[in-house]
Ligand binder design. Structure first.
Ligand SMILES: [Zn+2]
Length: 399
């Protein structure tokens, strides 16, 4: 016998649909919601009433909205509604954001990591996360109850256990960061981990340069290099959840050593350390070192330009391999690689086209619309997953 949908199941399903729609598309009138969701006016009215009672949405009349007749009320995320924390572990810093339903950025704080960033203790990162969360909460919406937290890490994550399998640029293997953070924060809200490139892809797809795009790649180029991949509108994880680790594809087995233990990996040629070395700058990889490099390159300094130009060829070959394999509509270059496509768009596009087997048209190379915060905001999206899936029980748990 087919299962019968009970009225409370239908209600909770519809609440999730409505809240998810507002989260993704922003404020709407009841009339627009009626049309977009294909529900009756009375159903929308009842659902908006339920979400209002749960403290998740409210209705406002826009200032200056009084035209002919009665002004339309807009359904908007509640100004004191729950928040999600996004955390981006990006040595030598940990960045934390507090965001509201609808993706609004309420606060953003950076906490510097002390010591050798190539071998940083998980406890130091956990301390930085705890400090960042406290500050972001206070600066963002101190009265709000958190509904969850997402943490972006530069490494591979076991999808079954949620453990970090391997984060070569942190020197970590088999680290249960989620458990460490949960213990430190003593927080009942859900904590989820994601790979930085995967989360950057998620955020750009939801709110940035990949809106409406169903076949795409996000290449994250920081200290390490990795890719988030979407095919037919679905994120590609692979059997182990490790899909997209293109930074460790071997370019030259006799090349320089990589943090992963192999030699001549792609990230040795296009990562941030490579750019500084190609520019003849013998200094540690920091955000300010990279920003100075790109500022100098934009100003026409020859050695800085050599650092950026030097990554074009190996990067183009990697992008062409992705085009030949996946045929994406768009390829977002994030982290420091955004600077490469911004500074040398024609050179990079021509090099990719030259290496592609059958590229018809533009290879679709773009910089992220969310700038350096794609992974951070993707992490914050993870923190909303529980609330969006089931607003009713999630909201009542928070009370
Ligand atoms: Zn490697």
């Amino acid at each position: 016998m087919a299962p019968v949908a009970r009225p409370d199941h239908i209600r909770s399903h519809n609440l999730a649909l409505l809240l998810g729609h507002l989260h993704r598309h922003g404020e709407q009138t009841r009339a627009a919601l009626t049309q977009s969701l294909g529900m009756s006016r009375s159903t929308i009215g009842a659902l908006v009433g339920d979400l209002t009672a749960l403290g998740l949405v409210e209705e406002i009349v826009p200032i200056g909205g009084a035209g002919v007749g009665r002004p339309s009320h807009y359904v908007v995320p509640h100004h004191q509604g729950p928040i999600s924390f996004g955390v981006d572990v990006d040595p030598p810093a940990v960045v934390v954001a507090a965001t509201g339903i609808g993706g609004s950025l309420l606060s953003r704080v950076e906490v510097a990591l002390e010591g050798d960033v190539d071998h940083i203790a998980p406890e130091s990162v956990v301390d930085a996360i705890a400090r960042g969360v406290a500050l972001a909460w206070e600066q963002g919406r101190p009265t709000a109850v958190p509904c969850g937290m997402g943490v972006s890490v530069p490494g591979t994550i076991d999808r079954r256990t949620g453990q970090i399998d391997d984060a070569p640029n942190l020197g970590w293997r088999d680290v249960d960061l989620r458990a460490l953070v949960a213990e430190r924060l003593d927080s009942p809200s859900t904590i989820m981990l994601g790979n930085d490139a995967d989360l950057a892809l998620l955020a750009e797809h939801r709110r940035g340069s990949l809106r409406g795009c169903s076949d795409a790649v996000f290449i994250m180029g920081r200290r390490g290099v990795g890719a988030g991949i979407m095919t037919d509108g679905r994120a590609l994880h692979g059997r182990s959840g490790h899909a997209g680790e293109i930074g460790h594809n071997t370019i030259d087995p006799g090349g320089p050593p990589c943090h992963c233990g192999n030699r001549g990996c792609l990230e040795v040629y296009v990562g941030e350390a490579a750019m500084l070395a190609l520019a003849g700058r013998d200094e540690p990889v920091t955000r300010s070192a990279i920003e100075t490099l790109f500022a100098d390159a934009r100003a026409g300094a020859e050695s800085a330009l050599a650092g950026v130009t030097g990554v074009v060829d190996p990067l183009a070959r990697a992008i062409a391999a992705l085009h030949n394999t996946l045929s994406p509509e768009r390829v977002v270059l994030g982290g420091s690689l955004a600077g490469v496509v911004e500074l040398l768009p024609e050179e990079l596009t021509a090099a990719v086209a030259g290496y592609c087997f059958d590229l018809r048209g533009d290879p679709g190379l773009v910089a992220p619309e969310l700038g350096l915060d794609s992974a951070l905001l993707g992490a914050a999206e993870l923190g909303f997953a529980g609330l969006l899936a089931d607003p009713l029980s999630s909201a009542s748990r928070r009370r």
